[in-house]
Design a protein around this ligand. Structure first.
Ligand SMILES: NC(=O)C1=CN([C@@H]2O[C@H](COP(=O)(O)OP(=O)(O)OC[C@H]3O[C@@H](n4cnc5c(N)ncnc54)[C@H](OP(=O)(O)O)[C@@H]3O)[C@@H](O)[C@H]2O)C=CC1
Ligand SMILES: CC(=O)[C@@H](O)[C@H](O)COP(=O)(O)O
Ligand SMILES: [Mn+2]
Length: 384
């Protein structure tokens, strides 16, 4: 029986993880669940999965959940302290971190410090604080199991340890998002509703906007650089509209391996939860004959500037990726509120990286402070 805590259980990844767990009721038990403010959804999950602990990030929501679950033994915690308590529980065999945004960093570090294996969906954690996370994981001998589909694909391609020593490059596939082929003039006109229509994946709002700007692929390049110890020049991006090949690796002899499957996050989620084993899956089989053809193209980095911004941030290192990620989080929130246009997201992220002072070597406090600076920079730039 594997004991799992899920941070962000009410989101896209969290609910799919609970679906995976429901498919294997005899093999998993849920220790803790968390959400930001979705009280009734978390209450429902608690009644089905009966964890020992629940946590609401929002304090008022935590009070409401405590009242709602008063007839149960479930202990309801609140805020960042509550998230970190869940992350540090000694009952956890594995922590799935599927909260969205920089808020995931402290729970990730807390779980690693407690020696707990992490299934990591929260990519902002590695973008903002990659060195802190990977250094601590090495020191503690803790596995970080990637959940992001591209990184899970690469991880799956590296299971032959002899070949893994000869990894030359990783190749991230990108769907190209809903605006593939658009010009800058066309991008200037797109609406929030247009940007929320991902061609292949059903995901939370923030990552869906990131996919539309190609910021997601840039964040994934930085995430991959930490997970697989590669420089930005050793990471290629190829547009693959069908999202069937989830990513590839290239070895020293130029042989390449790829991982394929239907675009359904329950495959990488389950692989992280069952690693190194592979269990039967509720996900349907991939039929290559039904796919017909698979296509590949170079990303248009001139039009989709966010990808280039992340490559520059990765090359600069230090706090530059944290600055870009924090500025992007704030800009995406403003875009979703209708306060800025689509193209301003990249402009603000670039301006934050070029304007704010950076540090090459950083502590957790530096990362948290830089993230706040980047957000404040964006708000001030647009008068929000
Ligand atoms: N969705 C996907 O297919 C993929 C997602 N990822 C990554 O996984 C992470 C989660 O994405 P996704 O599931 O789409 O996101 P969602 O927005 O669907 O879900 C986010 C979850 O985090 C909770 N949450 C939101 N804000 C906070 C906060 N401030 N503090 C604590 N908890 C919070 C939400 O609670 P509430 O419901 O109360 O708001 C919800 O449970 C992201 O980092 C994303 O980039 C990576 C690959 C694929
Ligand atoms: C499912 C997943 O991992 C997402 O990060 C997905 O990759 C988004 O697709 P694109 O960023 O390639 O559009
Ligand atoms: Mn991805």
């Amino acid at each position: 029986m594997k004991r799992v805590t899920i941070l962000g259980s009410t989101g896209s990844i969290g609910t799919q993880a609970l679906d995976v767990i429901s498919s294997h009721p005899d093999q998993f038990t849920v220790v803790g669940l968390s959400a930001n403010s979705s009280v009734s959804q978390l209450e429902e999950q608690c009644r089905i999965f009966t964890p020992q602990y629940a946590c609401m990030m929002d304090e008022t929501a935590a009070k409401e959940l405590r009242t709602a679950l008063a007839d149960t033994d479930i202990q309801v915690l609140a805020g960042m302290d509550g998230l970190c308590t869940l992350a540090a529980l000694e009952q956890n065999d594995i922590l799935l971190n599927s909260v969205v945004g920089m808020v995931g960093l402290q729970p990730t570090l807390t779980a690693i410090a407690a020696g707990t294996t992490i299934a990591l969906a929260n990519k902002e954690t590695l973008v903002a604080g990659g060195k802190l996370v990977t250094d601590l994981a090495k020191k503690m001998g803790v596995d970080i199991l990637p959940v992001d589909s591209e990184h899970s694909a690469i991880f799956q391609c590296l299971q032959d340890k002899h070949s893994a020593r000869r990894l030359k490059k990783v190749v991230l596939t990108a769907s190209g998002g809903p605006f593939f082929g658009y010009s800058r003039d066309m991008l200037a006109q797109v609406t929030v509703k247009d940007a929320l229509k991902h061609p292949n994946w059903d995901m939370g709002a923030k990552i869906t906007i990131d996919s539309a700007t190609l910021m997601n692929k840039g964040l994934e390049l930085i995430e991959a650089s930490w997970l697989f110890d590669k420089t930005p020049d050793e990471i290629d991006i190829v547009v693959h509209r069908e999202s069937i090949i989830h990513s590839l690796v290239q070895f020293d002899d130029n042989s390449m391996l790829a991982q394929l499957g239907v675009p359904d996050m329950r495959i990488p989620i389950q692989y992280a939860l069952t690693y190194p084993d592979r269990w039967p899956s509720p996900v349907k089989e991939l039929s290559l004959a039904d796919c017909g053809s698979l296509t590949f193209a170079r990303p248009d980095i001139e039009t989709f500037t966010c990808l280039g911004i992340c490559i520059e941030a990765a090359r600069r290192g230090g706090l530059a990726p944290c600055t870009v990620s924090g500025a992007n989080e704030e800009a995406v929130a403003l875009f979703l509120q209708g306060k800025i246009g689509f193209l301003q997201i990249g402009e603000l992220a670039r301006a934050a990286m070029h304007t704010l002072p950076q540090k090459d070597v950083y502590s957790l406090e530096d990362v948290l402070a830089q993230d706040q600076e980047a957000r404040a920079f964006v708000r001030a730039a647009v008068g929000a």
